[in-house]
Design a protein around this ligand. Structure first.
Ligand SMILES: [Zn+2]
Length: 271
């Protein structure tokens, strides 16, 4: 599933392709792609509008319009890319934006969990999103206070988009390993030094993953159809049964809240 680095990569790639284009048509080829709005209601909001910016917030790709904005969530298998108008219909095409100029925007999605929506302002999305981990305002002290303010297992808490935005299964496992925190640790018991280490790990890992254009595990590809290059950097995710690169103990896979969870039992002792 695309996480912050993958969505950031797609957004950066699309920005120069889309900014300045006007939306002249919208076709939904899967009736739920704009749910809960109907495709007709969505089209009514966006037709004739001009794309003024493309950026990311949490795991959403945002197309800022001259009035309002479009948010697109790729979920499991969604892919958003610009291409020449009238391309032979790509496989699993669920929606197509016809644009002014020589580019159209295509949304393909094999598993059909991806969604496209419209909001008049970002505030409508912000209410259910936590801070951006790469923002300056996200400081070690802030993370420490946030963790102490909850008494939840740390892994599900870090996956909660209302707590912190953009992290998913891969990068949470990697960050907890780098910080030496067991995934079942209660957030309220994380000491300040560990919180600071976790803060550094989250930022370093996300920054490196963006530089590598993300991680490809299943089928994510960037805006140019290339797989992300970060998979070779993963220390625990997908490495169960292998030796921990830090200490040599065997990496374990377990389940935490129905999510496959990878950790090193020696580096990440439960406290
Ligand atoms: Zn280890």
């Amino acid at each position: 599933m695309p996480e912050l680095p993958e969505v950031e990569t797609v957004s950066r790639h699309l920005r120069p392709e889309l900014v300045g284009a006007t939306i002249t048509g919208f076709d939904a080829l899967w009736h739920k792609v704009t749910a809960p709005s109907s495709a007709a209601a969505f089209a009514q909001k966006v037709l004739g509008r001009t794309i003024t910016d493309v950026r990311r917030r949490a795991k959403f790709i945002l197309l800022q319009l001259d009035v309002g904005l479009i948010h697109i969530h790729l979920r499991m298998t969604g892919r958003l890319f610009a291409g020449e108008p009238g391309l032979p219909e790509p496989r699993h095409l669920r929606a197509r934006f016809t644009l002014s100029g020589d580019r159209d925007l295509y949304f393909t999605d094999a598993r059909k969990f991806g969604r496209i929506g419209y909001v008049p302002a970002l505030a409508a999305l912000e209410a259910r999103l936590g801070p951006e981990p790469l923002d300056e305002a996200f400081t070690p002290g802030r993370l420490y206070k946030m963790l102490r303010g909850h008494n939840r297992q740390i892994k599900p808490l870090l996956l909660d988009q209302a707590f912190i935005a953009g992290l998913g299964n891969i990068y949470v496992d990697e960050a907890l390993h780098a910080a030496g925190i067991h995934p079942l640790t209660s957030s309220g018991r994380v000491v300040r030094a560990k919180a600071e280490k976790l803060h550094r790990a989250i930022r370093d890992i996300l920054t490196a993953a963006i530089a590598s254009r993300g991680t490809t595990i299943m089928n994510y590809v960037d805006g140019e159809g290339q797989p992300g290059g970060y998979a070779v950097e993963l220390k625990v995710f997908g490495r169960e049964g292998e030796a921990c690169m830090t200490c040599g103990a065997t990496v374990v896979k377990t389940w935490v809240g129905q999510r496959g969870t990878h950790f090193c039992p020696r580096c990440q002792r439960r406290r």
